[in-house]
Structure formats: C-alpha cells, structure tokens
Design a protein around this ligand. Sequence first.
Ligand code: HEM
Length: 259
Amino acid sequence: MQFHDCFVEGCDASALLDGNDTEKTAPINSNLIGYEVVDAAKEAVEAVCPGVVSCSDILAYAARDSTVKLNGTGWAVQGGRKDGLFSCAEAAELELSPPTFNVAQLIESFARRGLSKKQMVILSGSHTVGVGHCDKFVERLYNFSETHFTDPSINASYAEQLKTDCPQATFNTTLEIFMDTITPGEFDANYYKGLSEHKGLFTSDQSLFDDRRTRKLVKKLMSERVFDRQFGEAMRAMGAVVVRAEGQIRRNCRTVNPW
Ligand code: HEM
C-alpha cells in the first residue's frame, strides 16, 4: 500500500481516499485491501493526540511494523508527512509500474521519483512477502510469444505448478500466489534467491536477475546482512519522495477535511 501511495502524488495517503474515480477505484489497485486497519490505527492515535499524525505517516509506520512482525529488522521512520487533497484513478493507472515492466522501464519509472536503479532493486525485495493474483502474470504462462508458448525465463517445474494454479481462461481471480516461494512468511532475502532459481512471479521480478544491468545487485542482496541494512535506507528514501506543498492532517483517512 505504501508503495502504491508514494508513486502517484508522493507519499500523501491519496490511495486511502474514498469516492468516484479515486486511486483505490483504479484497476491496478483492485487488490488493495486493509483500509479498515488504517482506520483503526488512525482512530487510536486521534483519541490520544488529535490532529498530529497524518494518514501518510500511519502508512509509513505500518509498512515498517509489518516487516518487523515478519522477523525483519526494521528501520527508523521519518514522520511529518502531510496528507494530500486529491486522488485520481487515471493517475494511478499511469504512474504505477505494471508487473509486465522490464528493467529499462523499471529504472525509468523509479528515476522519475528520484530513486536509483539500486534502490529499485532493493525495494523490489519487499516482494519477499505477499501475494500476486493470476491475472497479473497469466500472460507469461500461455501464448507468451511466437516462439515460446510459456515464458522461458520461468523455471520449468515452477511454470507447470503456476499453470495448475491458474488454468487458462478459467483462472481463479481470488487465488493468491506467494511471490517468495521459499519463505513467504518471512521478511528476508530469499526473494532474490528465488529469482536466481527463475522463480520470480512477475516479469518485473524475474528480469532483475535476467538483465545484466541488475543481476550483480541481485546476487549481492541474496546476503541477509546486505539486504537488511539496505532495505530500511531505501524505504526512507522512498518515504521522502516529493512531499507536496499543499496538504493537511486528515481527521479521517478516507476523506479530506472539510475546511
Ligand atoms: C518494482 C516495481 C513493482 C511492481 C511492478 C510491483 C507489482 C506488484 C504486483 C503486480 C503485485 C501483486 C498485486 C496482486 O496481484 O494483488 C504486488 C504486490 C506487492 N507489492 Fe509490489 N511492485 C513493485 C514494487 C514494490 C515496492 C517498491 C514495494 C514496497 C516497498 C512493493 C510491495 C508489495 C507488496 C508488500 C505486495 C503484496 C501485497 C499483498 O500481499 O496483498 N512492491 N506488487
């Protein structure tokens, strides 16, 4: 959620706003869930200290705390963000990287937010936890290209397993597939190990290992110590992406304040 939020207008909780044509209504965000968890956190902080902690800061703290719950080491979150006043579905569709992106497109997309190739590879490591849905990668399994029915960059037995999970035409849109097949419940460096075994779920994952511009970085990040140290730094950099001049501390994360 924090990633989606930071890539459209900066980290301003615009992804949380309800309404017609807001970011959360965009097809690319159709699987975002957990808004009620943010509401509960907001209610709790408002009860103690009203008008002080923004919804965007709540997202930043929640992102850190959820990795710690999954045995990650965590990082110091820089607070003080303001919440944005606008949210637009079309902007989300345009600004968020789709899972079909190759390395050149990913580098370009992150660079537009002032994030480096290295930070892009490190931040992708968050796919060490969480899931993807069949519709997001099914084109890699069937009728992939004129020469290959299935994307040859997928490990052959893993591809067969994915085809069982996502049968052509009738795939189940609610089925969740772990992005890290090795330790899906741990915030660790095994995502990168999976890429070296050609078990990246999306093109945007697997191409990080397959493209020589980023392969060395992936290999380095397979070390738990390196990943741990660098992930927090990269999250802080992402959390500082263009903070807009206009903002407020919302009282309710789903709506802008009426004044
Ligand atoms: C590099 C470009 C990225 C692309 C193309 C991408 C794409 C995706 C896609 C397609 C999904 C699955 C959506 C679904 O089927 O439900 C996903 C899930 C996820 N992404 Fe990314 N992502 C990227 C970067 C990031 C970054 C930088 C972060 C955080 C630092 C992140 C965190 C997550 C998490 C935690 C999930 C799992 C959500 C869940 O389990 O419900 N992603 N991403």
